[in-house]
Design a binder for this molecule. Structure first.
Ligand code: FAD
Length: 327
């Protein structure tokens, strides 16, 4: 048993004061990821600052049709919001595809975005892992990497980001609200939140020490958009994505984000450009999706993810394309 201190922040300024000068302090949301990693000895914070009761649990429907979801909003409540269900179906499908009702009832939006990779070597303190122990090496590359990344990875790390929700937020062009330790507020587009591993895989986001995620802004969905989230996994429930896709489509616009393939939600920008404003055949969707993997670095046991992603995007187009469209 390793001792640590616990403090509950009474307001946002108090949270900032508590973590100031404490290099090994962490924020606590629902604790469904952090506490597990502490029990495994993967994370050993000296101070845990509980921010789950700060006044950031609102779901606010904005006059422009967008939505603001507070960083402390629990997944269970977000999943039951009728307006979100109607207007952002890919978001709600992604949310409900993750974990279990019990875990979603506890987990917060901010914690979901910052949950750590499920790479088995990151979670096992007896083996090298550059993300957990910088410079120690990557056990996954020569090891069991079937579930790990094929694109955006590096020679130092092939871990994937596990959040389903983040993938859908990427397709909706969400913006993350961050409160800096000095009280200033910054807005970070979700596409810029996560860093690729390069040779510093332990630095996972652009956030600075003490940054608090206070909410996520969802712009109004594009007019006439149809959207969905599909997730392929080893079990029907209680399993992370092998590959997943969030799609938001209009007659003119295509937005596609993949999960399970990269260290961050992976927008298929090349595919989006090729397909936008077209009425593509199944083969054209497949070719355009494959093109987005030109820079992929698959490993022997996970190369199948590329074809799986191609299949999944094609399936989503078949689902979402209005009847009679296409050639
Ligand atoms: C069995 C199981 C199955 C799961 N399956 C899935 C799945 O299929 N898909 C999926 O997406 N997820 C899945 N999850 C993960 C689950 O969604 C996360 O554990 C959860 O979302 C984390 O939220 P939390 O509030 O509990 O975060 P915490 O565990 O409290 O924190 C996670 C991280 O976020 C940081 N943090 C928390 N709040 C803030 C804040 N406001 N500002 C800055 N940093 C903050 C913490 O310091 C920590 O680093 C699963 C979890 C379990 C245990």
């Amino acid at each position: 048993m390793r001792a640590f201190r616990y403090a509950r922040a009474s307001d946002p300024a108090d949270a900032a004061t508590l973590v100031a000068g404490e290099p090994d302090a962490v924020y606590l949301g629902g604790g469904t990821n952090l506490v597990d990693l502490m029990k495994l000895g993967v994370l050993r914070p000296g101070l845990v600052v509980d921010v789950s009761r700060l006044p950031y649990d609102r779901i606010e429907h904005l006059p422009d049709g967008g939505v603001l979801i507070g960083g402390a909003a629990r997944g269970g409540r977000v999943g039951r919001d009728d307006v979100l269900r109607r207007r952002y179906p890919a978001l709600i499908r992604a949310l409900l595809s993750g974990a279990s009702a019990q875990i979603r009832g506890q987990a917060t939006l901010a914690g979901n975005l910052l949950q750590r990779t499920r790479c088995p070597y990151f979670q096992n303190t007896t083996v090298p892992c550059n993300k957990r122990d910088p410079g120690s090496g990557c056990s996954a590359i020569p090891g069991a990497h079937r579930d790990l990344g094929v694109i955006g990875t590096s020679d130092h790390c092939v871990a994937t980001h596990p959040s389903d929700l983040a993938v859908a937020l990427a397709a909706y062009d969400a913006v993350v609200e961050v409160r800096r330790r000095d009280g200033t507020e910054v807005l970070v587009p979700i596409g810029d939140l996560y860093r690729l591993p390069g040779d510093t895989p332990w630095i996972e986001t652009v956030l600075e020490p003490g940054d608090l995620i206070t909410g996520v802004q969802l712009p109004p969905p594009p007019d006439g958009a149809v959207a969905t989230y599909r997730k392929v996994r080893d079990r029907w429930s209680f399993a992370f994505a092998t590959v997943s896709v969030a799609a938001v489509l209009t007659a003119d616009e295509v937005r596609l984000a993949l999960g399970g393939v990269a260290p961050k939600p992976w927008r298929l920008t090349a595919t989006e450009r090729l397909l936008a404003g077209t009425d593509p055949t199944d083969d054209e969707v497949r070719a355009a999706t494959r093109a987005a993997f030109a820079d992929a670095r698959p490993l022997p046991d996970n190369a199948f993810k590329i074809e799986l992603a191609v299949d999944l995007v094609a399936a989503v187009f078949r689902d979402l394309r209005p009847v009679g469209a296409g050639r």
